[in-house]
Design a protein around this ligand. Sequence first.
Ligand code: NAP
Length: 254
Amino acid sequence: MIYGLIGEKLGHSYSKVIHEKLADYQYDLIPLTQEEFKKFMEEKHFTAINVTIPYKQKVIPYLNELDPVAKSIGAVNTIVNRKGKLTGYNTDFYGFEYMIKKNHIAIEGKKCLILGNGGAAKAVIAVLKHLNAGKLFVVSRTPSEDTISYKDCYLEHKDAEIIVNTTPLGMYPNIDASPIDLAAFTNCEAVLDLIYNPTKTKLALQAEALGINAVTGLLMLIAQAKQAVEYFLDCKIDDSVIEPIYQELIAQIK
Ligand code: NAP
């Protein structure tokens, strides 16, 4: 029985601690180079795994089935091996929606900026649309037809009401970095930063100083892991398990 997380660099991961609090199995961190990744996916010597940067899209060709949520997002962070057949899921959707609802953040009709255009942004966009957000703008360093530049976001979108950071800027150990200066966004009601280490990013601290509601990603991380365990073990786990794990981790990280 092999459960774990694959990705390129996993040193910062809390997934082992979280999974081993949620379930009764050993959960391994399995760092893989691109070459090792190919072999790992072909051999399928695992029971169920989570997937992180940079393999969330790269795993898709190896799968036999794709859950509808993962399909619509175009990224997979959970794979279950059922007698050699691999099914892919995306639990970031559930995790991000949980983070929003638990913090009572109103999304309906709100103008949203999503900073960064990677795998996590796709799940974020899907949730914001599902919650009937107003206009959505994805901000990218390399703007395209579907995305806008950081310059445009300061020039034309200072009225954004919700700002979501899906970039790694501000993540440990580069905690002095921040993707945006919130001072310009005077209509902003809430900042959702997916980063979970540190538990208060520079962006979240600036938001709080400006009186803006700020939430970081630890709750999302635990919620998405809870749903992954449900897929791994084909069981249902009550949401009430999330908060105590959150409190325990916050205390440990401080
Ligand atoms: P990713 O695929 O690498 O995408 C991140 C995006 O951020 C990139 O596509 C890029 O977009 C932008 N970016 C990257 N480096 C940047 C830099 N130096 N400056 C400005 N923008 C930069 O990663 P991901 O899987 O989406 O994850 C993103 C973050 O979310 C990570 O910090 C991850 O830990 C966190 N996350 C948290 C949870 C949770 O449960 N809390 C779940 C998933 C992810 P452009 O090139 O378009 O600018």
